[in-house]
Design a protein around this ligand. Structure first.
Ligand code: HEC
Length: 155
């Protein structure tokens, strides 16, 4: 081995390092973009199919309302439109439960999974609220799109 070939392999090494760096950069950028509001949030297929064992009725909706006012209203807002007082401080807008299109695209199982696990500023409630309480919340947040539609309907 001569000094010259050592020098050559050093340059080769540096060159490869630079190539590797530039191929990693776009990947790092796409990872940083996660948690963005434009990034769709979907529950796993199995979670979407889970059936709601707590039927929506006056009792479950009333229980859900109480839980919502205590734990969710500050971000999701009184009418569920994602405009609670704390929403302004967040980098991601809380979901708008009055949006009939969004709510139609979500199964009860999907809503349950999302509120259980959370994402970004949205806390996961699995450890804080019982299964029954989280299903009651599903029943309650479903009422927002209905009342928004009624408010818009011509009389
Ligand atoms: C600190 C603010 C905050 C609190 C408190 C909060 N949320 Fe959220 N929530 C968010 C944000 C922000 C998102 C949107 C997250 C995203 O898209 O990455 C969200 C999204 C959701 C979604 C997903 C909707 C969808 O279809 O994509 C559900 C369901 C939900 N929240 C339910 C609840 C419930 C129920 C509570 C109370 C037990 C609650 N949240 C409390 C901020 C909050």
């Amino acid at each position: 081995m001569t000094g010259q070939s050592n020098k050559n392999s050093l340059w080769l090494f540096l060159g490869l390092g630079i190539v590797a760096l530039f191929s990693i950069l776009p990947l790092a950028g796409s990872l940083a973009a996660q948690g963005n509001a434009a990034n769709p949030w979907t529950a796993p297929a199995a979670a979407k199919e889970v059936k709601n064992p707590v039927p929506a009725n006056a009792k479950s909706v009333a229980a859900g309302k109480e839980l919502f006012e205590e734990n969710c209203l500050m971000c999701h807002g009184e009418k569920g439109a994602g405009d609670g007082v704390a929403a302004q401080t967040l980098s991601v807008k809380p979901a708008d439960f009055a949006d009939a299109k969004l709510m139609k695209s979500e199964t009860d199982g999907s809503l349950f999974w999302k509120m259980s696990n959370g994402r970004g500023p949205m806390p996961g409630w699995k450890g804080t609220l019982s299964d029954t309480q989280r299903w009651q919340l599903v029943d309650y947040i479903r009422t927002f799109a209905k009342s928004a539609a009624e408010e818009k309907a011509p009389r």
